[in-house]
Design a protein around this ligand. Structure first.
Ligand SMILES: [Zn+2]
Length: 436
């Protein structure tokens, strides 16, 4: 039997030993070898503009993915929502004096007759339909159905997808959805919604061009496939609205008065990167139609390598205090490659995925905002382009509304209040075309 204090004494000895080991290591460690603090890049003062855009249209998607209880094998499903919220900027500025709903335009944007929110259920792994569709095919046909039916008063999302994919000369090929077939059929040509694999005769949907089905499997949860469709739908909704407005004269005038704000990077990653070149082309086309006005599309990014980098850079040594107030910085390709996202190829950062460029803003009241800003007047790579024409306008709006700041509650509240059904017959395009 040990004495009552023996064990403690033993640990005390071990603790001493450990301390000695650490001290010995510390003695060997080169002192003062911490990296010198990065110099602050050229943050330049920005100029606030007086003419704020009258309307902000915020677009945001969300998805949930769940197991359906008490089913074997594991059966799952998800719901995708896309919200489009129209915010009157003047009203928003006075939000603190208004009741919660006063910030939005409820008349134009209230849900349609049955009050559905904008939601669409999608099958997950092992979910089979009553008419005998296996999970993956059911998932594919559900996505196709959304594309063929959803619109905002103009063309359908499927037509928008066609426009982004380009004309028949640049048809995209995919893996045949029949997993036993090794051929690579083309997706349906312009004007067609469906086609057939020439080898096995399986039906090919236009939505197959997004290739989310390639990561859909009954072996594991399919939240990633759902997430990819959600992201594609956000982009398609934005481009659908822009194209719809650009088609009508009032719409073109309105586009010069609206700021479009998305959540997350202005980019299309992975298989949906197939949309990126079409998005750049369409933004450029619409920008030229609006002349002398300009298209303003930006997004708020709240997580990731850029946010982390500028947060660290802003420590001096107190958090959030080093970057001067009222300044902004547009990192170029060299800066991004050297400090934030090292590249494995010579390709400029974001060349095949991004349709906006990174922008860091320190507002006059000390908020650090990280934004992406589309620059349709410039040729890619955008990170090497001169200052965007809407730079000061975008910064002023972001500062005014707190876009990009995690405490920006008005947009969230608006989001929660004004989700719009995706399958609406409502003509949002027409309502936006009246933006004053
Ligand atoms: Zn086939």
């Amino acid at each position: 039997m040990p004495y009552p204090n023996e064990r403690a004494g033993f640990f005390a000895v071990r603790d001493l030993e450990r301390r000695q080991i650490i001290e010995a290591f510390g003695g060997q460690l080169e002192q003062g070898s911490n990296l010198p603090r990065d110099p602050l890049p050229a943050f330049e003062p920005f100029r606030q503009t007086n003419n704020l855009r009258s309307t902000v249209v915020a677009l945001d998607g969300s998805s949930i993915y769940h197991r359906i209880p008490a089913r074997l094998p594991a059966t799952e499903a998800g719901v995708i929502s896309i919200s489009i919220v129209q915010i009157n900027v003047d009203q928003l500025a006075n939000l603190s004096q208004l009741p919660e709903s006063g910030a939005i335009d409820p008349v134009q944007l209230r849900s349609t007759e049955d009050g559905r929110t904008l939601q669409r259920a999608l099958p997950g792994r092992n979910a089979r339909s009553v008419d005998g569709k296996m999970s993956r095919d059911w998932f594919r046909s559900s996505v196709q159905e959304v594309l063929e039916t959803a619109h905002f008063g103009g063309e359908t999302l499927a037509e928008t997808l066609h426009a982004l994919l380009g004309n028949t000369n640049t048809q995209r090929t995919i893996k045949c959805p029949n997993i036993h077939c090794k051929s690579k059929p083309a997706t349906p040509s312009l004007g067609q919604m469906r086609s057939r694999c020439k080898k096995c005769d399986s039906e090919i949907f236009l939505s197959d061009a997004l290739r989310a089905q390639e990561i859909f499997s009954d072996e594991e949860p399919c939240g990633d496939a759902h997430g990819r469709i959600r992201h594609a739908l956000e982009i398609l909704c934005l481009m659908n609205l822009l194209r719809g407005l650009a088609k009508i004269k009032n719409g073109q005038a309105a586009l010069g008065k609206i700021a479009f704000v998305l959540d997350g990077p202005l980019a299309a990653f992975s298989t949906i990167a197939v949309l990126q070149s079409g998005i750049l082309r369409e933004l450029r086309r619409i920008e030229e139609l609006l002349s002398p006005n300009h298209l303003l599309v930006m997004s708020a990014v709240k997580t990731g390598a850029f946010v982390q980098h500028f947060s660290e850079l802003d420590e001096a040594p107190e958090p959030d205090s080093r970057i001067p107030l009222g300044t902004a910085f547009l990192p170029d390709n060299d800066y991004i490659r050297e400090k934030i996202v090292p590249g494995t190829t010579d390709q400029p950062w974001g060349r095949t995925t991004y349709f906006g460029r990174p922008l860091v803003v320190k507002t006059y009241d000390g908020q650090r905002l990280f934004l992406n800003l589309a620059q349709p007047e410039a040729d890619p790579p955008l990170t090497d382009a001169p200052f965007p024409v809407v730079l000061n306008e975008a910064i002023t709006i972001a500062e005014h509304l707190g876009i990009g700041h995690h405490e920006f509650l008005p947009l969230r509240r608006a989001h929660a209040k004004a989700a719009i059904p995706l399958q609406m017959g409502k003509a949002i395009i027409e309502s936006l075309a009246r933006a004053k």
